[in-house]
Design a protein around this ligand. Structure first.
Ligand code: NAP
Length: 255
């Protein structure tokens, strides 16, 4: 990937970035000149991702960070600060979907787990990163939502509700932070070919509701999402805040 330098001098932390969409985002921001800190739960995944990005000559570091662990989030922020001298960009990408089923039949612990990782950790990490963005007199936060946040997918009710919550978090935080030159935006991907979507499509198949076949013509590669994130965190989007860009190949995006 050739550097175009539009993010030169910026430091980005990206959660859940050792695979799938998060890795593609890390790779693209690095290719565009940012120093990136990749992270996820498993050390071996972090090591592999860092090695891969370093082999391309990018400025990269990595740490283990399970987004719902406070000490891990602290370590992630510290890594960016110590290795690269500050933070300009946060991409909050981590999400889980531990179970499928009708939304109101979801066990409470599943609801709690999904909201803890997909929504609460995004809020907490943003809050914890804020002092660093303020030190730079501006910055950019991007949440990774989903097309399911607009139009709930089959039996992914609770996950879909958590993704709708991110649309609200984007709007609310953007209004608060606009006077400080901190922009908050969101991206809502359609169905992207990753391990996560493979798991989801398998679950759907077993419930006989929807299969990946429904989406075959709409499938995206992770790099079709990462370019949009790179735009959102760049100066090309300097007047854009509080927005969600839907990249879904035409899937319905009305709330
Ligand atoms: N794929 C799609 O079709 C699709 C569509 C719309 C939205 N999205 C959203 O895009 C984001 C990324 O999904 P993906 O499809 O790229 O997933 P993926 O390919 O399965 O990648 C998951 C990544 O997340 C890490 N991870 C998982 N749980 C974590 C946690 N609690 N804390 C930190 N890292 C964690 C994994 O590494 P470890 O195992 O090492 O932790 C891995 O690096 C999610 O927010 C998802 O909801 C995906």
């Amino acid at each position: 990937m050739a550097h175009n330098g539009k993010l030169k001098g910026k430091v980005a932390i990206i959660t859940a970035s050792t695979d799938g969409i998060g890795f593609a985002i890390a790779e693209r921001l690095a290719a565009d000149g940012a120093s990136v800190v990749v992270s996820s739960r498993k050390e071996s995944n972090v090591t592999k991702a860092v090695e891969k990005l370093k082999a391309s000559g990018y400025s990269v570091s990595g740490v283990v960070c399970h987004v719902s662990k406070a000490s891990d989030r602290e370590r992630l922020i510290k890594e960016a600060h110590e290795k690269f001298g500050g933070i300009d960009i946060l991409v909050s990408n981590a999400a889980v979907n531990p179970a499928v089923g009708p939304v109101l039949e979801s066990p409470e612990d599943i609801w709690d787990k999904i909201f803890e990782v997909n929504v609460k950790a995004a809020y907490l990490l943003s809050k914890e990163v804020l002092p660093y963005l303020r030190k730079r007199h501006g910055g950019s936060i991007v949440y990774v939502s989903s097309i399911a946040g607009f139009d709930p997918l089959g039996l992914l009710g609770v996950y879909s509700v958590s993704k709708t919550a991110l649309l609200g978090l984007t709007k609310a935080a953007a209004k608060d932070l606009a006077p400080e030159n901190i922009r908050v935006n969101c991206i809502a991907p359609g169905v992207v070919i990753t391990k996560f979507s493979a798991g989801v499509s398998t679950s759907h198949c077993s419930f006989g509701i929807k299969t990946i076949g429904c989406y075959e013509s709409l499938l995206a590669l992770p790099k079709e999402i990462s370019g949009v994130v790179s735009f959102l965190v760049s100066d090309d989007a300097s007047y854009i805040t509080g927005e969600t860009i839907v990249a879904s190949g035409g899937m319905t995006s009305r709330l």
